[in-house]
Write a protein that binds this ligand. Structure first.
Ligand SMILES: C[S@@+](CC[C@H](N)C(=O)[O-])C[C@H]1O[C@@H](n2cnc3c(N)ncnc32)[C@H](O)[C@@H]1O
Length: 345
C-alpha cells in the first residue's frame, strides 16, 4: 500500500471505531428508534427522544458525515434501507455485534496484562461491560437462527431436515441461551432436543425461552465429560467448538456419543488456518480481533487450548479426523463468515 493510501486507510479505521462507539450511543439513548419515525431537525429529533439538542446535533453530524443518515435543508433522515441494519428483530440487524465489540474495550487492560504475564481474561470479566453497553448474550445469533437455521444451515446438509422431521435425538453442544433449540424444537416436533452448556446462567435463560416446548430440555455440564450413552442421532455445535478449553477431548466425546449413522453438525468460522490465505478476506481482521479479545484469551484464562476463532478449516479438519470422523464435508452456510461441517464416523 502506498504511504498516502495507508494514511487514508488508518484514518478510515479510526473513523470506523469512532462511529461504532457513537452507534452504541444512538442505541442506548433511543436516537435510532426516534429517527426511524421520519425526517427531523436536530431540535425535532431531540424533542422526540427527550434529549438535549446540542448533543443530538453533534451526534447527527457524525451520523451524516459517517454515511449513516442523510441531511437535506436542515432535516436529518435515517433511511429505512440503513435502519434495517441497526434496528429491528431481524438477522440484518448488526447492533448486537457492534455493542459487543464496544464492550470488549472494557477488558483491554486485563488483556494487555495477559500479553505480558500470560494467562487470560476470564469469561466472567466481560459481563459488566456487556451489560453497561447494552449487549445481550446470544442476541447476535437469535435472529440468524430464526431466519436461517432450518433452510440455510440445516438445509446445507442433504437429508438432515428430513431426518429431523421423522424424529431424531439431538444434542446441542454449547447451547448458550437456547436460541437454536428454540427454533429447531418448534420446527421439528418429532425430534427431541437436549442443550448442554457449562454456564448455568445461560442454561437458565434457555429453559425460560423454551418452557412451552415439550421436546426441549437443558443440562449444565462440561462437553469434555459428555457420556457416550445413550447415543445421539445428531449433535450440533454452533460457534461452540473453537472456544472449548479442551477441544480435542470434546470432539472425541462427540464422536463417541454419536450413533453409528449419526451426524456431527458443526457451524464454525469460515477462514483458513494460514494467515496468508486470509489476507484480502474483508471479514478476517474483524474476526482475528474478536478472537483475540474474547475466544483466545478466555480459553487461556482456563489454561485451555486457545484455538481461537481463526483456527481455520485446515486445523478443524485435522482435529475432526483425529477425533475419529472419517467423513467430513465443509459446506457453505448462509453467512460468509461461517461454514458448516457435516461430520460422520
Ligand atoms: C460462543 S457461545 C455460542 C452459544 C450458542 N451455541 C449460540 O449460538 O448462541 C459458546 C458456548 O459454549 C459454552 N461452552 C464453553 N465451553 C464449554 C464446555 N466445556 N462445555 C459446555 N459448554 C461450553 C459457553 O458457555 C457458551 O455458551
Amino acid at each position: 500500500m502506498e504511504e498516502q493510501d495507508f494514511a487514508a486507510h488508518l484514518t478510515a479505521t479510526m473513523t470506523g471505531s469512532a462511529l461504532t462507539m457513537l452507534i452504541g450511543v444512538g442505541h442506548r439513548t433511543g436516537l435510532f428508534e426516534a429517527a426511524a419515525q421520519g425526517p427531523a431537525t436536530s431540535a425535532g429529533l431531540a424533542e422526540r427522544a427527550g434529549l438535549h439538542e446540542r448533543y443530538v446535533r453533534e451526534w447527527l453530524g457524525a451520523m451524516v458525515t459517517g454515511g449513516i443518515f442523510t441531511h437535506d435543508a436542515g432535516e436529518y433522515t435515517f433511511p429505512p434501507e440503513h435502519a434495517k441494519f441497526l434496528l429491528g428483530e431481524t438477522a440484518s440487524n448488526l447492533m448486537p455485534s457492534l455493542l459487543t465489540l464496544s464492550a470488549f474495550t472494557g477488558i483491554l487492560p486485563d488483556l494487555e496484562r495477559a500479553f505480558a504475564e500470560g494467562g487470560g481474561v476470564p469469561r466472567s470479566a466481560y459481563g459488566p461491560y456487556l451489560e453497561t453497553l447494552g449487549a445481550k448474550t446470544g442476541d447476535s445469533w437469535k435472529h440468524i437462527y430464526r431466519e436461517h437455521l432450518v433452510d440455510g444451515f440445516f438445509g446445507a446438509v442433504p437429508g438432515l431436515n428430513e431426518r429431523l422431521t421423522a424424529g431424531a435425538r439431538v444434542l446441542d453442544l454449547g447451547c448458550g441461551t437456547g436460541n437454536a433449540i428454540a427454533v429447531a424444537a418448534r420446527a421439528f416436533p418429532a425430534s427431541r432436543f437436549t442443550g448442554l452448556d457449562i454456564n448455568p446462567g445461560v442454561v437458565e435463560q434457555a429453559r425460560e425461552l423454551t418452557h412451552d416446548l415439550p421436546n426441549a430440555e437443558f443440562a449444565v455440564g462440561d462437553a469434555a465429560e459428555l457420556a457416550a450413552d445413550p447415543p445421539y442421532d445428531v449433535i450440533t455445535a454452533f460457534d461452540a467448538v473453537h472456544d472449548q478449553d479442551r477441544p480435542d477431548v470434546v470432539l472425541r466425546r462427540v464422536r463417541e456419543a454419536l450413533a453409528g449413522d449419526g451426524l456431527f453438525f458443526m457451524v464454525d468460522t469460515n477462514f483458513s488456518s494460514d494467515v496468508a490465505k486470509n489476507v484480502g478476506n474483508p471479514l478476517a481482521a474483524l474476526c482475528y480481533s474478536i478472537s483475540l479479545m474474547y475466544c483466545t484469551t478466555t480459553s487461556l484464562a482456563e489454561g485451555g487450548a486457545a484455538l481461537g476463532a481463526m483456527w481455520g478449516t485446515e486445523k478443524a479438519r485435522e482435529m475432526l479426523a483425529n477425533a475419529g470422523f472419517r467423513h467430513v464435508e465443509v459446506l457453505e452456510s448462509p453467512r460468509p463468515q461461517n461454514c458448516v461441517y457435516a461430520c460422520r464416523p
